[in-house]
Design a protein around this ligand. Structure first.
Ligand code: CA
Length: 492
């Protein structure tokens, strides 16, 4: 039965009387605000996978797979085409994301133990009243701090029947890590305190090496010939000695534990390389397919529960990855496939659906942006910058047009030489500091970075500007005189 106008009026009168009584007894009253102008503090779900390259997401134009659920975030929100990692490896990227600081400032340039006593994103949100949780891959050595609830894989964790450490207690679980991490994330959302916003880091192990799919997806690509990338047979001519030295080649460095099956007899070297690539990609993409299903499961829950409207959902990966590009697997190098992170973000009524943004954002910007989105100040010592204006379709005039990168980890695990460099929208300059060798690429004319122009006589002015920009950024980010034993005197 429909309530009469009089009944509605009485209900409102009773409500206002109650409010007046509560005000009189000293309860804090909710501010009467227009929800269109001042939204409630949003919930935040930060979905991060491990080693999922943007070029294996269909929203990013993948030629090798489809990711319909991850794509929902691009359809309903914003897709960033120039999101970059500042040090392309797992543990350092996670520390940079949490702290909003580069590796040389957060104490995690390689696989160091994260000092959890330092301030970081989850701590700031927790202090502001957010209920905070992390479920899945953590990989920062120390126990999480700043989280009301945590349930993490030890180290890299296992794909099948994983152990998880829940608030210090190790428990073995039966099933597939990607499903289990989603189950526990949903459980947190369902059981949370409903009186305050939440921040959930929902972190998958997948699709990290050794790329072990679940039963449901294992045969998904069995009959599929995955297209080879354009640079599959790169010979590293014109590059520094670093590219040739790296031990992450598809043909030479994939192990039997990676490709898992016994190769057919009688294959030529070129055929065997192709076979290994197919084995690698079929398992990698099957791991991604399971992630995509589970992201769909989470998004369906948000839709069904009504939470979607006031929840920011982000999909990213801790860095990019080589998918046979340059004959490689793994990451680390400042080259595009490894440097580029996928970054999709949905925030209903705040971000225009289906938008694409080419503004340059970095993993150190995530924490400042999320604090800003939650209405909190960005701490002055964070080195990243909030890109909330970009989400709203604005582009500040002084938005960055170049970024600084630095990689340290050598010789483990793939003999990728330490290097640092600068990338702008057109060019990239890389300096391999132990080798004292340089690379310069024109990304417009050579998007696959095959022609090192460092010795090309046509580029002295470009080179001069890039070097000066690199040293400017180095100084601004306080990376001056750090690790100086690695630098030849001429570069100090
Ligand atoms: Ca990783």
């Amino acid at each position: 039965m429909k309530p009469s106008f009089r009944q509605i009026t009485r209900t409102f009168q009773a409500f206002f009387c109650l409010c007046a009584m509560l005000a009189h007894t000293g309860f804090t009253q909710p501010q009467r605000v227009s929800t269109q102008k001042v939204p409630q503090r949003p919930n935040i779900i930060f979905i991060m996978t491990d080693d999922h390259a943007a070029h294996a997401i269909s929203a990013y134009g993948s030629k090798i797979n489809r990711t319909p659920n991850i794509d929902r975030l691009a359809r309903d929100g914003m897709r960033f085409t120039n999101c970059f990692v500042t040090n392309s490896i797992c543990t350092p990227s996670r520390a940079a994301i949490l702290t909003g600081k580069y590796s040389h400032m957060n104490g995690v340039p390689v696989f160091n133990r994260f000092d959890g006593s330092q301030p970081h994103l989850a701590k700031y949100l927790q202090a502001a009243g957010y209920q905070t949780a992390i479920v899945g891959k953590w990989h920062l050595g120390s126990d999480p701090t700043g989280f009301d609830h945590w349930n993490i894989l030890p180290g890299q964790g296992a794909y099948h029947d994983p152990i998880l450490i829940e608030m210090g207690q190790r428990k073995k679980h039966t099933g597939y890590a990607t499903d289990i991490i989603t189950d526990f994330s949903l459980e947190f959302i369902k059981n949370r305190s409903k009186d305050r916003p939440f921040f959930l880091m929902y972190h998958h192990k997948a699709p990290h090496r050794p790329w072990q799919p679940d039963e449901k997806h294992a045969q998904m690509f069995a009959g599929v010939q995955v297209p080879e990338p354009e640079t599959f047979n790169d010979d590293y001519a014109t590059r520094s000695a670093a590219a040739a030295e790296a031990t992450m080649r598809i043909d030479r460095d994939l192990q039997p534990s990676d490709y898992k099956l016994i190769p057919p007899d009688g294959l030529s070297d070129a055929e065997l390389k192709k076979w290994k690539y197919q084995r690698y990609m079929r398992d990698y993409l099957a791991c991604v397919a399971s992630v995509d299903d589970n992201v769909g499961r989470l998004l369906d829950y948000l839709d069904g529960s009504g939470l979607a409207q006031n929840t920011i959902v982000i999909y990213t990966s801790d860095q990019g990855f080589f998918l046979g590009n340059h004959n490689w697997f793994d990451k680390r190098f400042m080259y595009e496939e490894s440097l580029r992170m996928p970054f999709l973000i949905r925030w209903p009524n705040q971000i225009k659906p289906g938008t694409v943004n080419d503004g340059m954002i970095l993993n150190v910007d995530f924490a400042p942006m999320l604090l800003d989105a939650a209405g909190l100040p960005v701490p002055a010592d964070m080195q990243g910058r909030s890109f909330l204006p970009l989400l709203r379709g604005q582009k500040p005039k002084d938005w960055r047009t170049s970024m600084y990168y630095r990689y340290y980890h050598y010789p483990q695990h793939h003999r990728v030489q330490p290097h640092y460099g600068v990338r702008n929208h057109r060019y990239k300059l890389i300096y391999f500091n132990k080798l004292n060798q340089w690379e310069l690429f024109d990304l417009r004319n050579d998007p696959h970075e095959l022609k090192n122009l460092y010795s090309d006589p046509r580029y002295p002015s470009v080179m001069k500007k890039l070097k000066s920009e690199m040293y400017r950024l180095k100084k601004a980010l306080k990376d001056e005189n750090q690790f100086e034993d690695e630098l030849p005197k001429s570069e100090l």
